[in-house]
Ligand binder design. Sequence first.
Ligand SMILES: Nc1ncnc2c1ncn2[C@@H]1O[C@H](COP(=O)(O)OP(=O)(O)OP(=O)(O)O)[C@@H](O)[C@H]1O
Ligand SMILES: [K+]
Ligand SMILES: [Mg+2]
Length: 679
Amino acid sequence: MAIENKPISKEIKTQAVIDSFKKLNPLVMIKNPVMFVVEVGTFITLILSIKPDIFGFDTVGRTYNIAVFLILLFTVLFANFAEALAEGRGKAQADTLRKTKSETTAKLRHKDGSYQDVPSTSLRKGDIVRVDTGEIIPSDGEIIVGLASIDESAITGESAPVIKEAGGDFSSVTGGTRVVSDFIIVKILTDPGESFIDRMISLVEGAARQKTPNEVALTTLLAVLTLVFLIVIMTLVPIANYLDVSIDVATLIALLVCLIPTTIGGLLSAIGIAGMNRVTQFNVLAMSGKAVEAAGDIDTMILDKTGTITFGNRMASEFIPVGSITEKDVTFASLKSSVKDETPEGRSVVELAHKNGLSWDENEYKDAEIIEFTAETRMSGLNLKDGTVIRKGAVDAIKKYIAAKGGSIPSDLEEKSNIVAKAGGTPLAVAINDKVYGVIYLKDTVKPGLKERFEELRAMGIKTVMCTGDNPLTASTIAREAGVDEFIAEAKPEDKIAAIKKEQDDGKLVAMTGDGTNDAPALAQADVGLAMNSGTMAAKEAANMIDLDSDPTKLLSVIAIGKQLLITRGSLTTFSIANDIAKYFAIIPALFIMAIPQLDYLNIMGLSSPKSAILSALIFNAIIIPLLIPVAMKGAKYKPMDANKLLSKNLFIYGFGGVVAPFIGIKIIDMLVSTLQFV
Ligand SMILES: Nc1ncnc2c1ncn2[C@@H]1O[C@H](COP(=O)(O)OP(=O)(O)OP(=O)(O)O)[C@@H](O)[C@H]1O
Ligand SMILES: [K+]
Ligand SMILES: [Mg+2]
């Protein structure tokens, strides 16, 4: 794993302590309204500590004011520490990544074909470079010539090299990875500072972090609650004046801070950052917290077949003749159809024909018009100078093509291609002019372990749909083998989008996983788009998550983290508010007793003195924040079970715990505090 999952080190903790002080800057604090109010209170009590009668009266004395000031200061620092600690882990990961981003030299190709050594940082979009064995790829791009095995461990942490080649879905290369065999010519696709590693760095560092809509809503709610309590506390002043009792300002501030939701206010951003951190620890890069939260609520998951469910290295394994065609003729026709096909499928056809002892004359195809493969036509081929047209492609596409030309379809084409499809292979029909020669058998392998994980998704109530450009028979075989619930075959890129939109129109949240350029629009349309790192640049750019291990079922982990994130936030909010209600019972009686000692019967908790009661409640309010940091960082306990059940279970635990904990905590603290001289 490139992104290390180390326990929080001493350095991170030390740095977090330093950062907690830096975050006292009011311009930073204002982003967190609840804690900003606490900071203002801290400032006022600081002044009261210096000049206790600044408001014209002093009923409590300097020491009490200093005590309130210190507890408030620690309350703010604890909240800052929680956030700094969560950020610290990401910063450490970013530093590790930065080290891999060493300055290298690139061989830039000029228009005249000559090469010049330039620093990798000077490369721009559109530049062409050559990378030889042992060299580091200078920036992100696409292989335009060649095939090489590449060590991507700097990014994925996986030490086994991967094969990358021009054409098709495995042509993208990432800056910072190393060519271990052969050479490649790469077209650079990013400008300096926008590369994949740059994006990874800013992601793990949280530089690009934006509050999610859920977080914004909760922050607003907490701010409103704070405002309400502020008004309530302010109205106490005229009431007290009317009763001719004076309530000191430090106590009013203490009361306010105890009543506003400081626990969740202090932990909210740490919860979000830690959630994103957990995602990266699974080797998934999430572009936004919003995507992670959306993952927690996913109803439907749509998957591309080749390269996502299967490994995607579709290789020709057999040439099957139809009608009266001989094996040699179909092999030759297949070879002809593929000599100019630069996709991995096309090259594998040429290779197999070679192995079967056939060769071709380059001259014969020199002036031929190349018909490149597209996901729309699902065909590729050549138009020769002499008028001969050669095509290969999806069987139904070739059938339509031949029918339009007025040719006849051999009676055994269906049967022969079905044999291939039933085995999970992709049959490609080959035709010259209006005559079908036979079928090319493209073999592919389903990635292991999918069935079990799709089973888990089903248990969570998530529907899986495979969406492929391949024929229905192949699709159904692979669908069965992989264990998806449904499949859509013969899907063009727009069909993939339509499939997603249809689910979304039914009010469903949809995740899409894919790797190809043709998947990019669908990845962008989905609520959660997970691209395989093995896939094309277009797919990775359109998606809002990238799995560095190219494992589509990784979404399962992200779903769990998303759900856990929402549950953690909900639980701690419940705890925080329940807590504040309990503190109300400790602190309000104290306030009245302080003013009117005859009201002592209100002291239901039997606290030793009004001052001790208030300080104890305030201390409890402060230390609950660091005590809950582990929950915020690790997330509330999560088991894959019915989400509603889990939520109500958590609400009960945290709600009940939130009411009971302060009574016990404040009582214990009061027993300790009451031994102090000044209270
Ligand atoms: N080089 C090629 N020449 C001709 N036809 C091809 C070629 N490659 C693929 N095909 C045909 O086009 C169909 C669609 O291919 P493509 O790889 O775009 O599928 P897709 O929509 O990405 O779906 P999936 O990746 O799930 O298979 C294939 O099933 C195959 O029949
Ligand atoms: K509080
Ligand atoms: Mg594909």
